[in-house]
Design a protein around this ligand. Structure first.
Ligand code: AP5
Ligand code: ZN
Length: 217
């Protein structure tokens, strides 16, 4: 399956993507995680991306689209993938349409996670991620690690993301409404959008997502 996950910052895309990708045996491709890996390895791409991310803005399409396409061309993504955080504006969605068409494949669904803004703010404020891998995600109240400040998966140190500060979160939400939400209409016109509520326990949301994806099949 080829799936795009959309939803505001803090909706739980990364959290759900980990379970959905495992259930569906497809790789989880997160452009945010790819940028964060570049930042921790101090690559040129990481240095460029950091300045945009810290301000809550989108990283320019010129670098983002190439990075996402390179990842989608890896052998593990030949038969499907779950995209998280890409595409994030209409021009990225159009670039993805062109790339898929060139490979003669199609998206199966665009899963839209709906969460009220006050919940998103609570989820982001309490989020802690692992220094070794930003896909290892915890929450001070909703998903506590066994040992405070330590990643259950790899033992790495947990910290708060630089772009999770209140003013940056406000900017990210604004960017989501102005630039990312329009992709939902772009995909609605292709009949691909499935909207679910992302409120409730993590496992409940996964179940809701799995049954919505089955129905859209
Ligand atoms: P990115 O990393 O994609 O961030 P985002 O879209 O803002 O999403 P988040 O990672 O904040 O949240 P999430 O929905 O994954 O929630 P999570 O599962 O962690 O992007 C960061 C930046 O990179 C962008 O601002 C931009 O600069 C750049 N970028 C990335 N992609 C780009 C692109 N394509 N183009 C240009 N720039 C790009 O959950 C949040 C918290 O809630 C966690 O603590 C979790 O434990 C908790 N939680 C999850 N589910 C539940 C639940 N059901 N109940 C209670 N708590 C829950
Ligand atoms: Zn870890």
């Amino acid at each position: 399956m080829r799936i795009v996950l959309v939803g505001p910052p803090g909706a739980g895309k990364g959290t759900q993507a980990a379970f959905l990708a495992e259930n569906l045996s497809i790789p989880h491709i997160s452009t945010g995680d790819l940028f964060r890996a570049n930042i921790s390895q101090q690559t040129e791409l990481g240095k460029l991306a950091k300045s945009y991310m810290d301000a809550g803005n989108l990283v320019p399409d010129e670098v983002t689209i190439g990075m996402a396409k390179d990842r989608m061309e890896q052998p593990d993504a030949v038969n499907g993938f779950l995209l998280d955080g890409f595409p994030r504006n209409v021009s990225q969605a159009e670039a993805l349409d062109v790339a898929l068409k060139a490979d003669d494949v199609k998206l199966d669904a665009v899963l839209d996670l709906e969460v009220p803004e006050d919940e998103v703010v609570k989820r982001i404020a309490g989020r802690r991620i692992c220094r070794n891998d930003s896909a290892h995600v915890f929450h001070v109240a909703y998903k506590q690690p066994k040992t405070e400040g330590v990643c259950d998966v790899c033992g790495g140190e947990l910290y708060q993301r630089d772009d999770d500060k209140e003013e940056t979160v406000r900017k990210r939400l604004e960017v989501y409404h102005s630039q990312t939400e329009p992709i939902i209409d772009h995909y609605r016109a292709q009949g691909l959008v499935v909207t679910i509520s992302a409120l409730g326990e993590v496992a409940e949301v996964t179940e809701r997502a799995m049954s919505a994806l089955k129905q859209s099949d």
